[in-house]
Write a protein that binds this ligand. Structure first.
Ligand SMILES: C[S@@+](CC[C@H](N)C(=O)[O-])C[C@H]1O[C@@H](n2cnc3c(N)ncnc32)[C@H](O)[C@@H]1O
Length: 368
C-alpha cells in the first residue's frame, strides 16, 4: 500500500522535494489512520513511526530491570553524574554583554528557541545546500569558509541521525515500552517543564479520555514548541471503546498549556500521573530534592511519577559535544539509570519500573 495515500480521507499527493526525491510533509492534517499501523516513514524533519502496535512486543525497545534492590545501592557503587560544560557561545556573549551570569529563565528561553529551530529544519535540503557550499568554497580555496561549512555539515549529520533516522529524541517505541501497563483510567496528567509536550501526548494516546496539563514558564513553548508541533504527527495509542490500536493526533486530545513557574503552581494532589522529561538533570545536587519533590506534590495517593533524563553514554556525549551551540545554555548532567533511580529512591519514591531507552533513562515511581 502507498503510505502517502489515504483514500477514505481525500488525501492529496504530497509534492516531492527535488533535491532528495522524498515526499515533503503531509498536506492534510490527519494523513495516517489505522490502515498505516505497522509502517514508518521518514519526512524532512521527523520520522513517523506506527510500528509495533502491541504493547507486549515492546520489550526490545527498553533495557529494564537493571537494579534488583534499590535499598542496597549506594553512591559509592554508582558514582556521580557527568556534567556537560562546553557551553554555547550565545551564553558567553550574553554574559559578556550583561556583565552577569546568564539567568536560568533566560537560558531556557535561549535553549527553547534554538532547539525548536533544529526541529524545524528541512534536513535533507539543508544538507544538500551545505554540500554544494562546501564544494564551492573548496574549489575557490576559501579554506576558512570551507571549515565553517564542514562544521555545519557535522551538526546536521548528528541531528539527522539523532532525531530523524534513529528517532532517538521522541523515540515513540521506547516511550511506549516505558509507559505501558499503568493502572489508570482517563488519567489527569501533569507535565512539568513540558516544552513541546511530546510525552504527554504519547501518554494521552495510550490512556485516552482524561486531561493533560502542560506547564512551562517559557511562553515560547506554548506558542511554538507545543503550539507548532506538527498537526499531522501520528501517535500510536489505543481505541478506548475496542482496546484496539488507534492513531491519535494532537488536536484530538484534551490538552491545556499553563505558562507558569512550577514553584507557583497551586494545584493540590490531584493528578494521576506527573511527568517530566529532561528536567531533574538541570538541577545541581543541592537542588535535586526540591525538583524531585515537585513530582510528589501534585500526585493523587497511589499516582505515578514518570521521569526521564538523558543517558550517560558515548552517543549522548557526542550529541551535546557537536550540538553544543544549539543545546548547551543551561546546567546539565548526563547520568546512568542507577544514579537517577538512587536520587528518586533517596527522596522518597519506590521504583516500579526503570530502564534505558534510546537516548534517555526512564523511571516509573510511586511515593513511598
Ligand atoms: C530541557 S527542557 C525539557 C526537555 C524537553 N523534552 C525538550 O524537548 O526540550 C526543560 C523545560 O523545562 C522548563 N522549565 C525549567 N524550569 C522550570 C520551572 N521552574 N517552571 C516551569 N518550567 C520550567 C524549561 O523552560 C524547558 O522548556
Amino acid at each position: 500500500m502507498d503510505p502517502h495515500r489515504n483514500d477514505g480521507n481525500a488525501f492529496i499527493d504530497r509534492p516531492t522535494d527535488r533535491s532528495t526525491d522524498r515526499p515533503t510533509a503531509p498536506l492534510i492534517d490527519h494523513p495516517f489512520d489505522e490502515s498505516h499501523i505497522g509502517q514508518t516513514e521518514l519526512f524532512d524533519n521527523y520520522r513517523m513511526d506506527l510500528r509495533t502496535p502491541n504493547a507486549a512486543d515492546l520489550d526490545q525497545f527498553i533495557d529494564d530491570d537493571i537494579v534488583k534492590d534499590w535499598a542496597t545501592l549506594t553512591w559509592k557503587d554508582v558514582g556521580k553524574p557527568f556534567r556537560v560544560v562546553n557551553y554555547a557561545e550565545g551564553k558567553r556573549r550574553w554574559e559578556e554583554r550583561n556583565g552577569d551570569t546568564l539567568p536560568v529563565h533566560t537560558s531556557w528561553e535561549m535553549f527553547n528557541r534554538s532547539f525548536h529551530e533544529l526541529f524545524m529544519k528541512n534536513v535533507p535540503q539543508e544538507r544538500a545546500e551545505a554540500k554544494r557550499k562546501l564544494l564551492r568554497n573548496v574549489s575557490s580555496l576559501h579554506w576558512n569558509q570551507a571549515a565553517k561549512v564542514l562544521g555545519e555539515l557535522e551538526e546536521l549529520t548528528i541531528w539527522n541521525m539523532a532525531h530523524r533516522t534513529e528517532d532517538a529524541i521522541w523515540d515513540p517505541r521506547g516511550k511506549r515500552a516505558l509507559f505501558r501497563g499503568l493502572d489508570v483510567d482517563k488519567p489527569r496528567i501533569l507535565f512539568l517543564g513540558a516544552a513541546d509536550g511530546y510525552e504527554a501526548m504519547q501518554l494521552y494516546s495510550m490512556y485516552p479520555g482524561g486531561e493533560v496539563v502542560l506547564v512551562d514558564y517559557d511562553d515560547f513553548c506554548r506558542t511554538d514548541r507545543f503550539g507548532k508541533f506538527p498537526v499531522h504527527y501520528p501517535f500510536l495509542g489505543v481505541n478506548p471503546s475496542t482496546g484496539a490500536p488507534k492513531v491519535w493526533y494532537r488536536e484530538q486530545m484534551n490538552i491545556s498549556f499553563l505558562v507558569d513557574d512550577i514553584r507557583n503552581l497551586d494545584f493540590g494532589p490531584e493528578f494521576d500521573i506527573v511527568v517530566s522529561v529532561g528536567l531533574i538533570e538541570h538541577f545541581p545536587e543541592e537542588y535535586k530534592p526540591e525538583a524531585i519533590d515537585w513530582h510528589r506534590k501534585f500526585l493523587k495517593p497511589g499516582g505515578y511519577a514518570i521521569l526521564t533524563t538523558p543517558r550517560l553514554q558515548w552517543r549522548s556525549r557526542l550529541f551535546y559535544h557537536v550540538l553544543a551551540e544549539w543545546m548547551n545554555y543551561t546546567y546539565r548532567e548526563l547520568m546512568t539509570v542507577q544514579q537517577m533511580g538512587l536520587y528518586l529512591y533517596e527522596n522518597g519514591f519506590d521504583i516500579l519500573r526503570h530502564g534505558t531507552i534510546k537516548a534517555h533513562n526512564g523511571i516509573i515511581a510511586k511515593v513511598r
